[in-house]
Design a protein around this ligand. Structure first.
Ligand code: ADP
Length: 241
C-alpha cells in the first residue's frame, strides 16, 4: 500500500484516496514493540489515534514513550491473561499482535485476546504455518509484512502507474492507478471498462483533494488524473499501464 507512481516526468504520490475513507480516530493496542509493532504504533499515533503499546521488554516500552510513538506504553507478559485484563487490553476493539519471531508467545497472546472477546485482532506471522496457526486460534487478519513489502516493491518497480492497492482477497483488489495514455479524453462508457476489463470504477481523482466518487458513465478521463477501480487481479493486470 505504499507505492508511489512515477511516469514520464510526473512524480505523483499516491492520492491517498483509501486513507481518506477512514477518518474516524480509534483506539489501538499493539502488543510487541519490535520493528513491526513500532512502525504500526508510530503510524497510527501520527494519524491521531489513541495507541497503547505493550512489550515484555522494559527498554522497548521506555523507548516507545520517549519517541512518542504511543499514547501509553506498558511492560507486561502478554501470555498472561490476567496481565492483559489488568492493563485493559480486552476493552480495545482492535488489537495488533506484532510478535513474529516468538511463535508460541504470538499464538498464546492471540488466543488470550480472542477468548476475552476482542472483536478485531490482527496478528503478524513469520511463516505460512505460523499464519495458519494464528487463523486457527481466531486471528481476524493475519499479515506477512516481509512478503507483503516484497510484493509491493515488485509492483512499484514493474507497475509504477499503480499508486495504491488494497487486497480484498487473494484474487481481488481495489487499486488506484494513473489514467493511462490510451484512455486520454475518453469517457468511462466509451472505454467499456466493465464489459471489456470487468472493472468497476469507484472514483476518479483529479488531484489529492477532488474525488468524484461513483462517477457518472459520461465522465471523461485525462492523463494526470487517477482512478480507483475494483476487480479481479488478472483483469487489473490487463490495463494498459
Ligand atoms: P520484529 O521482527 O517486528 O522486530 P519481533 O518478533 O522480533 O518483531 O519482536 C517482537 C516483540 O515482541 C519483541 O520486542 C519482544 O520483546 C516482544 N514480546 C515477545 N514475547 C512477548 C510477550 N510474551 N509479551 C509481550 N511482548 C513480547
Amino acid at each position: 500500500m505504499v507505492n508511489k507512481g512515477q511516469k514520464s516526468g510526473w512524480n505523483l504520490r499516491s492520492l491517498n484516496f483509501m486513507a481518506t475513507l477512514t477518518r474516524e480516530n480509534k483506539q489501538f493496542a499493539i502488543i510487541g514493540l519490535g520493528r513491526f509493532g513500532r512502525s504500526v504504533a508510530a503510524s497510527l499515533h501520527k494519524m491521531g489515534n489513541e495507541v497503547l503499546g505493550v512489550d515484555i521488554n522494559e527498554k522497548l516500552v521506555a523507548h516507545a514513550l520517549n519517541d512518542s510513538i504511543a499514547t501509553h506504553a506498558i511492560c507486561l507478559d502478554s501470555t498472561e491473561p490476567s496481565a492483559l485484563k489488568e492493563a485493559g487490553i480486552f476493552e480495545f476493539d482492535t488489537v495488533i499482535i506484532g510478535i513474529g519471531n516468538y511463535i508460541q508467545e504470538s499464538i498464546i497472546t492471540t488466543l488470550n485476546v480472542k477468548e476475552a472477546g476482542v472483536s478485531k485482532v490482527v496478528a503478524k506471522a513469520s511463516t505460512e504455518i505460523h499464519g495458519k496457526l494464528l487463523e486457527k486460534v481466531g486471528a481476524d487478519r493475519v499479515v506477512f509484512p516481509e512478503y507483503e513489502a516484497g510484493e509491493a516493491l515488485a509492483y512499484m518497480l514493474t507497475k509504477p502507474a499503480i499508486l495504491d492497492r488494497f487486497d480484498l482477497d487473494p484474487d481481488h483488489s481495489i487499486v488506484e492507478v494513473l489514467i493511462p495514455a490510451e484512455f486520454e479524453g475518453k469517457t468511462i462508457t466509451e472505454l467499456q471498462l466493465r464489459s471489456l476489463y470487468g472493472l468497476t470504477v469507484l472514483a476518479i481523482a483529479e488531484d489529492d483533494k477532488n474525488f468524484d466518487i461513483n462517477p457518472l458513465p459520461n465522465r471523461r478521463l485525462h492523463q494526470g488524473m487517477a482512478m480507483v477501480v475494483l476487480g479481479n487481479n488478472k483483469d487489473i493486470k490487463r490495463l494498459p499501464i
